[in-house]
Write a protein of this length. Sequence first.
Length: 340
Amino acid sequence: MNDKRELLRSLQIDRSTAGGPPPKGRTLLLVGVALVALGIGTVAGWTLAGGGEKPPARTSATTPVASGTASPAPNAAPAVPPRPSGLVASGYIVARRTATVSAEITGRVQDVLVDEGMVVTQGQELARLDATLAGIDLELAKARVGAASAQIDALTADLRDAERILQRTSSLVKSSTASEAEFTRAQARAETLRAQIKGARADLEVARISVDREAEMVDRHIVRAPFNGVVIDKNAQPGEIISPMSSGGFTRTGVCTLVDMDSLEVEVDVNEANIGRVTAGQKVEAVLDAYPDWKIDAAVIAVVPTANRDKATIRVRIGLKVRDARVLPDMGAKVTFIES
């Protein structure tokens, strides 16, 4: 407190010398006091702001590696993931295996056993034609087999009788009881019966072949699935006439259209200027127009070795790596070719 009073007293102006310039010693004293006051204020402000605390010790930036863990090689190059090549093409979902199923003969549809959307297996019955006449022909062929078999039995019995007569006549000729002419007639009759039996057996074989043929004709009145697939179109109704050859009018050429869903793939047209960027086996990302958020893994099956002169494009076949019920024939699709 005494120091402060002395300091304030020294700052007072001497009235006796107010009219003249202040002494040189007093001026230096005033400047020194001001500098000391400024320094004290600065130190006090820095202390109140926390500047008086000692700064924390700097920690090492080296992170210890856990024992047993291999540190990464300093010169190892990171793996480069596949990236899109920027080549995008549009196309459609197509089925490599599709068929309009029809009968091999012309006939009237008696019954259709399938409908759109049904899943069928190979050999399953799809439709039946009216096989009345074919059934009659089959029964007739079977009757001919029976007749030929009965004729063989009759001729065989006659041959046994002729052989007994021939043997007895031969004995009588030796004893001069029968003439040589009787022996010749008996021998000729036996030979004739043997020939007739041989012909009857041939007729029996023909009749059996006819039975197989007529049975095949009856079977052709049944339309079966040639492979596993899904029915996408029903073309005929009971009562209609179908024929493997179109003859105009109301004659149908098929019963239904069958698609093998396991053969679906994407066909796109790539501009011939960019076809050099497409190779067989190249990875592809396919997106259906119906499901824009669903990305399907795919790969190039083949580049069809021909160009479209009008559009200057080349067709590329792309196989899908997934089988899903959402993928349907003739859907629109966009594909992005991936660079390896």
